[in-house]
Write a new protein. Sequence first.
Length: 588
Amino acid sequence: MPKTIGIDLGTTRSSCAYIKDGSAVIIPNAEGDFTTPSTVSFTNKGAVLIGESAKNNAILNSSRTVEGIKREMGKEYSITIDDKIYIPEQISSFILSKLKNDAEKYIGEKIKDAVITVPAYFSDSQRQATVDAGKIAGLNVLRIINEPTAAALAYGLGKSEGETILVYDLGGGTFDVSILEIEGGLFEVRAAKGNNCLGGMDFDKRLLDFIVYRFKEETGTDLSKDKLALNKLSEEVEKVKIALSDEAEAELNVPFISADENGPLHLSLVIARESFEKLIEDYIDETVELALEALEEADTPIDSLDKIILVGGSSLIPLVRSKLEEAFGEKIVCGVDPILAVAKGAAIQCGIINGDIGDITLVDVTPLSLGIETDGGVFVPIIERNTAIPTEQNKIFATIEDNQEDVEVHILQGERRLAKENISLGKFILSGIKKAKRGETKIEVKFSIDVNSIVSVSARDMETGLMKSIKISAKTGLSNEDIRNLIRDSNINSSGIDYIRLFELNREANEIIDKAENLASRKEFDLIAKNDIYSLIDEVKRGIDEKDADKIEKSMTALKDFYEEAEFILNDETIYNVKREIYDNIYS
């Protein structure tokens, strides 16, 4: 039977583990290290470097190197290398593939299934993007588990006494804090807070900016305009940061960092821990504030908190410990490996799913509220934050216009009252609802969240039973076919069809086709050129079938222009009546 691995897919470093004889064991990579840099670099000859070799290549080849891609997961983001477009799921899949391949060599067995960790504060689209990355890497993702929850599993396995713990997870690029109650084999998350753009990378950047500023003041040379110098300096700055966790001061030496009219310039200075801590104190204060907010949301007084678990490499910074002790007292637990605890917890989750580890029940929560946009651009939550998952909840809404024929369901995630200030997860239209006076037609909107925190939404006309549903995917909208294309395209030395461009065009084309078909189904559309819009739709579909990106783009633009003008006229009764004859003449 193929082994199952738990993967900590980190912003700056990643690791994996498996269950052996009932315990979680970290798997070393091919280089013999327990962690692998989450770095991908493309050589000038087209080869892909992953991990330590990619990090080494970054100094001289920064424009072809990708670091910190985790922060871009689930976003409309891409990079172009040699005229080829890569999205975050692909870059992450390279990292996952290395972890998988190295694990197979170490264990001596094929690996098919995995549990992958994500920050507790990841949105639904970011979680789905992580699942997609796993699929591209050839992994069946059994479960997505929150990083602090995984760390709690690593800490609490085998403990029988009841405890309330705070997991403080400060990694390379993200921060999470979760409050859990552990009672026997029950691990229950009570609350979660976080910031997906706060971590060690930000500390490095703050220290780097300080050094660049100081060097300019002393020499008149601005290193911020010298890419090669910055690449050299960035590597040394990270080493200094790590050294300052153990030492009161650290020396930074970069010979031949630059040059002026007098010859070469060397950078040499001593950084005191106290100076570094002053530079990053506001970041650490923010994490402590979020921890206090999590306790409040969990309705847990500080004196009811039993222990604090530190997770993530950045939690080793002494200022973190001193700030937490100042706020919560001496509750920090030693003995938990902050670097490897998350991967071990992911492996334990594998063991729970496979039945290798019994008598454990894990109850996690959704970190952000989920709901829809209503009239006036107001966000109405349907599932409140910190609700235990899996869950299913619904609310009833009414039409806002007489004889309304369709409703748009705009799905959002966040805590702001205004819809536009929250995260948009997707939209769909329920067409053909019963026409009635305003407020008489009732629409039930139902949200469900599975164990991976993946969201499904449905809308149903309560009288006719007409229903439409959607499973929220990543912002990039990867379908199974898209993922198959990316798997085929994962050999980056291959040539041929540009699958990235095709699936992006397909996604956009299918959206406009749905809108156009919904518009054409309206009764009043008979008065204008229904045949013409279907002709344009067919032209787009032909482009999709032929995998002709140029044809898709051209025909989609024509359909979009037609649709937008027709929608504008149809939705304004006055303009419709005045311009109907003109519109017929244009499109007849």
